[in-house]
Ligand binder design. Structure first.
Ligand code: GLC
Length: 539
């Protein structure tokens, strides 16, 4: 058995809630509609807190609900200290934070520091003031190249496709790594630092327990804004260092933010959405004086293959352990195709997603659940054309993220959107497929064998079991195509990623939970294809 070593400080800090928290991502627009306009809102979330507490998660992360023209569905923020009327009011936000705490749930909110909306007062002032004015210095305005400045200042490409520069009426260009409605801020400007420090304090004072930091690798750009020299740059992100992402200077910002977080009581946290070329570079975001966690996109992007998972798990534990941080695990979010579909779709995808849930929740560290994965929702691949609005579609028509953002089905009666909206409301901003009635919360609640039943059981066991959560993992010998590891002395997780039944030589014990039927056991554990079992050793 090989033990994966942890940094010594991991032990000392094992009581900190975030080291092994299960955090549920609420994509506010699509979670629950409280006021009947077809769009999810804070009132809707408040009404479903009991569901989340009963599910057994520790915290919820809310995607942006701030005033926004919604060019990127709220990731284009026009006012960082208020709530968009479509999502409610500041009073609703306060009430939600307080209610969540009463339900024993922590609240994490999104902060979007790389860019603002083009409707933000700063950007409006920058446009009005003209070239050379101090108002322009909070963003990245440059003259163009070419005889008449008709070419963009460099070759950077937007993540959503096309050049990362847009020209304004007076001839200058501004940088936007995402949509043209999302101008990048210039973090060389002291006012930008002061503003965001103040925004963090604003929400911390309201009681939030932490922040998910959008594009946490993006704020600092290489001096002189040098060309990349290649087209198709989106494929380089997460694989190479590009002059607009993962620059060393970004870590100073995270250190300053950590000092703010630490000045509040109760372990308030920062979670980096950072795409870094290697696990080592990702671990730099979670050094002891920086952020607490970083999303593990290397885990999320691993295909259904045991050797690949073993490599990424080892790498993640090793690199996070080197800096004393917990690893995190995530299978889906609002930016990627849902994993039921990524793992093959239909019955096969669902089987694998069930096994993946048991794998993820048995690993040391913190886990993220994207709303609806506990229901086994697939990606919606056939949304009618008129509904598709995600700016990422501009990159190529197949890349839109609308299909993972379809509203949740809550009730098993009547018509779509199945309880997403109050009774009598039949419209939702994206249509809920008719067949999702059987995937609704109501259809699955109380059924132990449903996906929801599996998540609830797994979270209950994880919470109670002394060997789960933070700590060590020890690999056990197992055949090719499988994963087997122990946690502490009494727990093992066995995963079969092959198409066949396999036998694993685990210590004598009994099944605690299985993704597919009871695994057959005796001297050896027999696992069905594409399944996982939690195994109680020595009972
Ligand atoms: C992050 C968000 C994504 C958004 C982008 C720009 O990647 O997760 O939804 O489009 O940042 O803010």
């Amino acid at each position: 058995m090989t033990e994966v070593a942890l940094h010594p400080s991991a032990r000392e800090t094992a009581t900190r809630w975030w080291r092994d928290a299960v955090i549920y991502q609420v994509y506010v627009r699509s979670f629950a509609d409280g006021n009947g306009d077809g769009v999810g809102d804070l009132l809707g979330v408040r009404g479903r807190l009991r569901y989340l507490a009963d599910l057994g998660v520790d915290a919820i992360w809310l995607t942006p609900f701030y005033p926004s023209p919604m060019a990127d569905f709220g990731y284009d923020v026009a006012d960082h200290r208020d709530v968009d009327p479509i999502f409610g009011s500041l009073a609703d936000a306060r009430a939600l934070i307080d209610d969540a705490h009463r339900h024993g749930l922590k609240i994490i909110v999104d902060v979007v520091p790389n860019h603002t909306s083009d409707a933000h007062p700063w950007f409006l002032a920058a446009l009005a003031a003209g070239p050379g004015a101090p108002e322009r210095e909070r963003y990245i305005f440059r003259d163009g190249r070419g005889a008449a400045g008709e070419l963009p200042p460099n070759d950077w490409e937007s993540i959503f496709g096309g050049p990362a520069w847009t020209r304004v009426a007076d001839g200058q260009w501004y940088l936007h790594l995402f949509a043209p409605q999302q101008p990048d801020l210039d973090w060389e400007h002291p006012e930008v630092h002061e503003e965001f420090a103040d925004v963090l304090r604003f929400w911390l004072d309201l009681g939030v327990d932490g922040f998910r930091i959008d594009v946490a690798h993006g704020m600092v750009k290489a001096p002189g804004l040098p060309d990349v020299g290649h087209a198709g740059q989106v494929r380089m992100i997460g694989a190479d260092v590009v002059p607009y992402f993962d620059q060393d200077g970004v870590h100073e910002i995270h250190r300053a933010w950590r000092r703010i977080l630490d000045s509040y009581d109760g372990e308030r946290i920062g979670v980096a959405e950072a795409w870094a070329p290697t696990p080592e570079r990702l671990a730099r975001y979670v050094r002891p004086d920086e952020l607490h966690q970083a999303f593990n996109f290397h885990f999320l992007t691993t295909p259904w293959d045991a050797a690949g998972f073993r490599t990424v798990i080892d790498e993640s534990l090793r690199t996070a352990g080197l800096v004393g941080a917990p690893s995190t695990w995530v299978l889906s979010n609002h930016d990627v195709k849902r994993h039921v579909t990524r793992y093959g779709g239909g019955e096969l995808g669902l089987r694998r997603a069930r096994a993946a849930a048991l794998l993820m929740l048995a690993l040391p560290g913190s886990a993220y659940i994207y709303q609806g994965e506990e229901l086994g929702l697939p990606e919606v691949l056939d949304l009618p054309e008129e509904y598709l609005r995600d700016p990422q579609r501009l990159r190529d028509p197949g890349s839109g993220r609308d299909g993972c953002r379809v509203p949740l089905p809550w009730t098993a009666t009547g018509e779509p959107p199945y309880g997403f909206a109050p009774p009598g409301i039949h419209e939702s901003w994206l249509p809920v497929p008719a067949e999702w009635r059987d995937l609704s919360v109501e259809a699955q609640l109380g059924k132990e064998t449903s996906m929801l039943g599996l998540y609830r059981s797994a979270l209950e066991i994880r919470r109670a079991h002394p060997d789960l959560g933070d700590g060590r993992l020890g690999w056990l010998d197992s055949p090719p195509g499988t994963l087997a590891f122990s946690r502490g002395g009494s727990f093992a997780c066995l995963v079969n990623m092959t198409h066949d039944w396999v036998e694993i030589d685990a210590a004598p014990g009994e099944p605690l939970l299985a993704s597919d039927g009871p695994a057959v056991h005796g001297d050896q554990v027999r696992l069905p294809p594409d399944s996982a079992t939690w195994w109680n050793i020595g009972r």
